[in-house]
Design a binder for this molecule. Structure first.
Ligand SMILES: [Zn+2]
Ligand SMILES: [Zn+2]
Ligand SMILES: [Zn+2]
Length: 286
């Protein structure tokens, strides 16, 4: 499995769209891995994880052929993970030549409702008809293409039923197993119960929005210290072992840490720090 991070920032990007704080200025000066766009990843060129407003930029930056994407998994309907208007220019006269004209979209009911609200006034029938929506339920796996995906409830601003955020367990036909845990704070007890029953993962990607700051009372995200606690618990229960690639991802300027500072926190514990474009090749286990 080829897993590529396309965007590794929280909602406002880093440097943030409208911010001139010292951490945004420092990221702009340092450049390189400190420039982070909105959250997205792609697996094997055909499974897209989230659809942020920076999707087009990612196509340009990484030479992606998004016409070949067959499946779109949306974690939740915060705008850094789902910008529905982009789908109005998919298909029809906007992209008459596509390797995969049909797109299966997997998401929560609320994400589909947001798509309807945002696009009804401008999407044409051909574009709309090429989208096939699959509304997910927590803990109910779905299989498509070469993947089986289990949506798990995220601990992420789900209060009052306003939001149904999912984190995903993705397994390919060779048994390569990936956990994409964005966005989420410390996982819910029922999710830990699920983790305890699983084989060791090949890749685990963890929400590190708060960077190197001590974890705050702010809910729904984690910082590096909490990620390291989570990784330690995952190793204890056997979800992570010596082969598992554990990755900190999804960073905010409010977390303040540069890429290098994050690595100083993560690498001694065998954890990697994501950056835009980082690719991880995952081989099936013997
Ligand atoms: Zn986010
Ligand atoms: Zn800033
Ligand atoms: Zn979010």
């Amino acid at each position: 499995m080829r897993f590529q991070y396309l965007g590794t920032a929280a909602a406002e990007g880093w440097p943030a769209v409208f911010c001139d704080c010292e951490y945004c200025r420092r990221a702009a000066e340092l450049g390189g891995k400190n420039i982070r766009t909105r959250s997205q990843a792609i697996i094997n060129g055909d499974l897209l994880l989230d659809l942020p407003p920076d999707t087009y930029l990612h196509k340009l930056q990484h030479g992606l052929d998004l016409s070949a994407v067959k499946h779109l998994l949306v974690t939740h309907c915060h705008m850094d993970h789902f910008y529905p208007q982009e789908l109005t220019v998919r298909g029809s006269c906007y992209s008459p030549v596509m390797k995969s004209p049909e797109l299966d979209v997997f998401c929560a009911a609320e994400t589909k409702a947001l798509f309807d609200r945002c696009t009804n006034h401008e999407i044409d029938e051909a574009s709309s008809g090429a989208l096939h929506w699959h509304i997910l339920k927590p803990f109910e796996p779905v299989s498509f293409g070469r993947y089986t995906v289990t949506p798990l409830p995220a601990s992420h601003m789900a209060q009052g039923g306003r939001n149904q955020p999912f984190i995903y367990h993705i397994v390919d036909e060779a048994g390569v197993s990936v956990y994409y845990l964005h966005d989420s704070g410390y996982s819910l007890p029922e999710v830990w119960a699920y983790f305890e029953k699983q084989k060791p993962a090949d890749l685990i990607s963890l929400d590190t929005t708060n960077g190197g700051l001590p974890t705050q009372s702010y809910w729904g995200h984690m910082g590096a210290n909490q990620v390291l606690d989570v990784v330690a618990r995952m190793r204890e229960i056997g979800l992570a072992d010596e082969k598992t690639v554990c990755v900190m991802n999804h960073f905010s300027h409010n977390g303040q840490s540069t890429h290098e500072e994050l690595e100083a926190l993560a690498v001694p514990d065998g954890v990697r720090v994501a950056y835009d474009g980082m690719t991880v090749e995952l081989e099936p286990r013997a």
